[in-house]
Write a protein that binds this ligand. Structure first.
Ligand code: IPE
Ligand code: IPE
Ligand code: MG
Length: 253
């Protein structure tokens, strides 16, 4: 409650993206298998999604399964895929209760059929919710997304719909999976690792990065509040000087 009071509701990020990391290490510390850690991770997803929606965050994007994660032991990949199917279905009432719309980015066609079906069906069943968009990055990587965008652009050029001279940053952004979302102002990574691991490469050009040693299954309401408070403490400059930013602030306030 104390932490919540320190948050300025007028300066919230519109989009928070999270690299949920540390499920495996969390499980190991408990003497359990990695799948147990992933199960616990789902509870943290629920808590953080509810907290973000309550705060008034409009977009929450969670890195759930990367293109590279297919290289993990088959047993773990199978357990994760099973967990997604189970969870997505079970969470529909909670999503609807909290007025949260589910969305996905990534190579959805590369997911097992059952996963794809449940995902598409849940997205449909929550499509009219408008408090927050919860995006799962599933079978996602930033480089895959760029390759996918370039491929689509070349197809459009071939059809005469895209002229190379007209291509600018906005055009590229419009071909990405995140076309209808603002860029994340804040990216959080748990578990103490300080890297991006192929997440939202184009979109994080000017994002604030927040790293915390907390392992994902332990990440709760207060940890989320702390990240927001730290974000609000920082000064985003976009290449300008401190003075320019101050002047720009006085002009717009
Ligand atoms: C993150 O936790 C979840 C996924 C990548 C699916 P990890 O499974 O990477 O946990 P650590 O990093 O091994 O502790
Ligand atoms: C990043 O975590 C991917 C997800 C959170 C889904 P990883 O645990 O796979 O990343 P690395 O291997 O530590 O870079
Ligand atoms: Mg990891």
């Amino acid at each position: 409650m104390e932490l919540l009071k320190s948050i300025d509701p007028g300066k919230l990020p519109s989009h928070v993206a999270i690299i949920m990391d540390g499920n495996g290490r969390w499980a190991k510390r408990q003497g359990r298998n990695r799948a147990f850690g992933h199960h616990k991770g789902v509870d943290a997803v629920r808590t953080v999604a509810e907290t973000a929606a309550e705060l008034g965050i409009q977009y929450l994007t969670l890195y759930t399964f990367s293109t590279e994660n297919w290289n993990r032991p088959k047993e773990e990949v199978d357990a994760l895929m099973h967990l997604f199917v189970e969870t997505i279905e079970k969470e529909i009432p909670t999503l609807n209760k909290n007025n949260i719309r589910l969305n996905a980015i990534g190579d959805i066609n590369g997911l097992p059929e059952l996963n794809r079906e449940k995902l598409v069906s849940t997205i449909k069943q929550t499509q009219n919710n408008d408090r927050m968009v919860l995006t799962l990055a599933l079978n996602y990587s930033g480089r895959w997304e760029m390759v996918d965008a370039i491929r689509k652009m070349l197809h459009d050029q071939k059809k005469g719909l895209l002229n190379p001279e007209d291509v600018n940053e906005k055009t590229i952004a419009s071909y990405l999976n995140t076309a209808h979302m603002p860029e994340p102002e804040l990216v959080i990574r748990t578990s103490g690792e300080q890297r991006i691991s192929n997440f939202l490469l184009w979109q994080i050009a000017y994002s604030e990065l927040y790293f915390t040693p907390v392992l994902w299954p332990d990440f709760g309401k207060d940890d989320f509040y702390e990240a927001i408070i730290e974000y609000q403490r920082r000064e985003r400059r976009f290449g300008l000087t401190e003075e320019q930013i101050k002047n720009w602030r006085t002009e717009t306030e």
